[in-house]
Design a protein around this ligand. Sequence first.
Ligand SMILES: *Cc1c(COP(=O)(O)O)cnc(C)c1O
Length: 411
Amino acid sequence: MRETFLPFSPPLIGEEEIAEVVDTLRSDWITTGPKVKRFEQEFAAFIGAPEAFAVSSCTAALHLSLLALGIGPGDAVITTPLTFCSGVHVIEHVGARPVLVDVEEDTLNLDPRKLRNAIEAAQKNLGVHVKAIMPVHLYGHPCDLDAILEIAAEYKLAVIEDAAHSLPARYRGRMIGSMAASAKVPLLTCFSFYATKNLTTAEGGMLVAPRDLLEEARLWGLHGMNRDAWKRYGSEGSWHYEVVRPGYKYNLTDMQAALGLHQLRKLPGFHARRRRIVERYNSAFRSHPELCEPTERDDVDHAWHLYVLRLDLEQLELTRNQFISELHERKIGCSVHFIPIHLHAYYRDKYRYRPEDFPVANREYQRVVSLPLSPRMTDQDADEVIEAVAGVVQRHMRKARPALQLRAVAP
Ligand SMILES: *Cc1c(COP(=O)(O)O)cnc(C)c1O
């Protein structure tokens, strides 16, 4: 067993990031300034988008997407029950109605085959105008974007991608975040730089969108003022500004962008390291019929933000929660992604959801475990996780039942 506890997803911050933050602190700009500008440009170039808007979180980017699209009371937005609560909260914030659509069995992403019915039913039964679809590239595995975009075009809906997990990921050879120009509907992409994510600025996010929507989001994201502070107080600036929206304050600071600039350079290396750990996990867990490894479809490159193992609860004599406690006793940190939205008290009570309303999300939630995955992990760390998982499985394998044995001898 391990000597020390293996944390689930610690950040990996190097001396370069630390020196850049110190450099920022010694400069004249600590909040939104030249480093944010550079980070936006380098990030956009990295994913292959014309421009990007750095914000204080992915939640802010999602909120600004809805505001830029003018979504509000009387409107509805379709999303998945298997996600973090903040993507659904922002739909509530703008006064629109969230409509949940169940997930696919393999990827656990929003199921495009269930979209048409959900859109028709929402318009007919709820008296709302469906305006957008907000899919989540869950765990870093891209959604079936072409199928989603096709339905969006048919119903004239915008698509807001929650890409909190999917940096860097590719769908049919194209980077997530690079497809707005070729889409037939408004396509906006929201990234997260929260401490556990594949690239971190401690807190932070990035919005990528077509130019007009990005301009509108910039207005909403900084008090609704039509010039930002850097331009106002810089050498070529003037003191005058106009307020044209009751905007929010969602800007990223130069201290955070200082982290992001170096994290971005290191991202390909981080990703390669994640993939190596995933390959080690997959090759070990393949031989256990009690475990189901994550899916990676042929037409995607997975960002491998999370490694989510699924337990075959028919073959194991323990629950997922017991599985996690036993791994914890073996000094391995784990987590669960996510508690489905419709089971949370606020949404359950407000919309009268029952657990079985989204049967795939509800069933899979009972058996998902996120194992440690970070570029900080060594091969030995990965092997110790494998050993601990194998140990727990060994201990709790369901014994063959007498009835089954009887059938085996007398068919
Ligand atoms: C982390 C996360 C968010 C929120 O990101 P913040 O940057 O913390 O606002 C949104 N959606 C998903 C799926 C996430 O995992």
